[in-house]
Design a protein around this ligand. Structure first.
Ligand code: ADP
Ligand code: MG
Length: 298
């Protein structure tokens, strides 16, 4: 398809992030339903070229665990990224599950989610040499077919960096300790910083709560990540030892001792979750239909 701005029919806002909004849109010539991320950024010609190149790379990706990209459009002061539309993201989904219908995401379903995420991150690194850099529940999308896919991975490192620089403080830090307080001479982004963010996200999805206590200040939050013990799955949650150990490995504070994807993919929690038959589609679609019935905006 893609894609001209004139061919897109705006069907309303889905959600809002720190630097723009995501809209549901229909590509009228093809009838394809999309999600379009509208970012308020001014890019010069060079940045635009880089961005176009990055998007072209991502458009070629063939991985069932990453959201399909249809292209990038440039408008005055805005960049539009057109992608596959999913039903919702895991942040809204888990809040509905734990808070509204007072249930939890079963460990078998979490296992399938974690497998999808690790496969997605590993594919991005291995095949496209992309490091995600923003792993968190709102960047993991699901649909009623039970698919779990990642979005919002480094479209142009530069753009992401300029966005990151303007990022509102006080957001939840999924950030690894080595990113908050880098060792001298190590300012590059290590894939394993995403592994840390994965560990934090997994605890959040398994318990329904962000695993750090509320902070008084940004300084407090950063200090507690860097100086405190890493969070872990609570004893009380009836989680399997393999699951608990997987999270412990993701949240090893020393980045050099933390596993990379190749090692994570051989962890018993992943291996067992991969081979298990789980009706993710049935479970997720049931929750999604309860959200519709309760008029809960996902
Ligand atoms: P954030 O990820 O920080 O919440 P974003 O601007 O990236 O902010 O996204 C805003 C919201 O839009 C997300 O929370 C998510 O629920 C929704 N969203 C993003 N991409 C899609 C998509 N492809 N399909 C459906 N919903 C999406
Ligand atoms: Mg996002």
């Amino acid at each position: 398809y893609p894609c001209k701005v004139e061919d897109l029919i705006d069907e309303g806002e889905i959600g809002r992030g720190r630097f723009g909004s995501v809209h549901r849109m229909k590509h009228s010539p093809s009838g394809v339903e999309m999600a379009v991320k509208r970012m308020i950024v001014t890019v010069d010609d060079r940045e635009r070229k880089t961005l176009q190149m990055d998007v072209t790379v991502i458009m070629k990706a063939e991985c069932p665990y990453i959201v399909k990209f249809y292209g990038a459009l440039f408008r005055e002061g805005e960049v539009w990224i057109c992608m596959e539309r999913m039903d919702t993201s895991l942040d809204k989904f888990y809040r509905f599950v734990y808070q509204t219908i007072s249930t939890k995401i079963p460990e078998e379903v979490l296992g399938k989610m974690v497998v999808s995420i690790v496969q997605a991150l590993s594919y991005l690194k291995r095949e496209l040499n992309i490091i995600h850099r923003d792993v968190k529940p709102s960047n993991i999308l699901i649909n009623s077919a039970g698919c779990i896919k990642m979005c919002d991975f480094g479209i142009s490192g530069e753009l992401v960096n300029s966005i990151a620089a303007t990022r509102e403080v006080g957001c939840k830090p999924y950030m690894a300790p080595e990113r908050i307080d880098p060792a001298p001479g190590r300012d590059g982004f290590d894939v394993r910083s995403d592994v840390w963010s994965l560990g934090i996200s997994v605890i959040e999805l398994a318990t329904g709560k962000f695993p750090f206590p509320p902070w008084n200040s940004v300084f407090d939050q950063l200090t507690s990540v860097v100086e405190g013990r890493p969070p872990s799955l609570p004893e009380s949650g009836n989680f399997t030892d393999n699951f608990r150990d997987f999270v412990v490995k993701c949240l090893i504070k020393d980045v050099d001792a933390r596993p990379k994807y190749r090692e994570l993919l051989t962890h018993p929690f992943i291996v067992e979750s991969e081979s298990r038959q789980v009706d993710v589609e049935g479970w997720v679609s049931n929750v999604l239909s309860q959200a519709v019935a309760k008029n809960f905006k996902l």
